[in-house]
Design a protein around this ligand. Structure first.
Ligand SMILES: [Zn+2]
Length: 84
């Protein structure tokens, strides 16, 4: 079992699902982006998601195909569990 000092990451994974679904409140979106400022891994994930998903407010306007969501979630998990 591995432990990281980046406690925000676990929350981020949960929040990112909503982020991907375009279902994230602006305040929560800000929390994610704030965490990403101090967490290189999450910053990478989010930068990647931005290309795919767009920012949270944008995503709300255009629902993503399920395949894209699945891929984004898989990427988040892989990055958070496989690195560091
Ligand atoms: Zn993180």
């Amino acid at each position: 079992m591995k432990r990281h000092s980046t406690a925000g990451c676990e929350i981020l994974v949960e929040q990112l699902s909503a982020y991907i679904d375009g279902d994230l409140a602006a305040a929560e979106c800000a929390t994610i982006e704030e965490h990403a400022r101090s967490c290189q891994r999450c910053a990478t994930v989010i930068r990647d998601l931005r290309d795919t998903v767009g920012l949270c407010h944008k995503a709300a306007k255009s629902p993503l195909p399920e395949a894209v969501k699945r891929r984004a979630r898989a990427r988040i998990r892989a990055l958070l569990s496989g690195e560091g």
